[in-house]
Design a protein around this ligand. Structure first.
Ligand code: SF4
Length: 189
């Protein structure tokens, strides 16, 4: 254990966790300190005004904690990992099966990290939750409560600033067939 931000925290064995990432084929990642994860009110405003998923997904606003609670959540951790996923799709709907497949692997990874002794392990998907073909729309009615996780934007993370701070690429895309750079997060302590 070590003293971190005024509390005792578990020392992270990066090598041990990186071996687990390798098993899942997650080889493109960077470690980040949670205070460097940017949380901002403007992200929540973008969800409320301008996103068609608002009110329709069990892990998106308004089904999520306040921006202040999200900030407090990130402060509960001493380390985080950003996983990078790059992909080109021909049609917008091709993104859905890819997102679902990656999310399923991320949940398995979270469990593996949990079982390896990091009881606070928590994954944020690289996208809104797409585990089901049709989302029930609320947290209460979610049919996969064990596995559903929010994406970073749902928790008011400014993904653009955060991933750029560790040297990852991200741009606003103008065309659906441009290569996407998507990012999932693993919170660990
Ligand atoms: S698991 Fe299914 S019902 Fe639950 S939030 Fe995800 S897509 Fe919606």
């Amino acid at each position: 254990m070590t003293l971190n931000a005024g509390r005792l925290t578990k020392i992270i064995d990066h090598g041990k966790l990186e071996k687990i990432f390798d098993v899942f084929g997650f080889t493109d990642y960077r470690w980040i300190k949670p205070p460097n994860i940017e949380v901002a009110h403007w992200v929540r405003f973008k969800c409320i005004f301008g996103c068609s998923s608002y009110g329709k997904k069990g892990t998106c606003p308004p089904q999520v904690p306040s921006v202040e609670e999200c900030r407090a959540f990130f402060n509960d951790y001493s380390e985080a990992v950003i996983f990078h996923f790059a992909k080109k799709v021909e049609k917008p709907k091709d993104r859905v099966p890819w997102s679902k497949e990656v999310s399923k692997k991320l949940i398995k990874l979270e469990r593996e990290v949990f079982w390896s002794g990091y009881h606070k392990a928590f994954v944020l998907f690289m996208d809104e939750c797409r585990l089901c073909n049709e989302c029930t729309g609320t947290r209460e009615s979610c049919i996969n409560k064990d596995d559903a996780r929010p994406g970073p934007e749902s928790l008011a993370v400014d993904v653009f600033s955060t991933v750029r701070s560790v040297g990852y690429p991200i741009e606003v895309l103008k065309n659906y067939d441009d290569e996407m750079n998507r990012y999932a997060f693993l919170m660990v302590e």
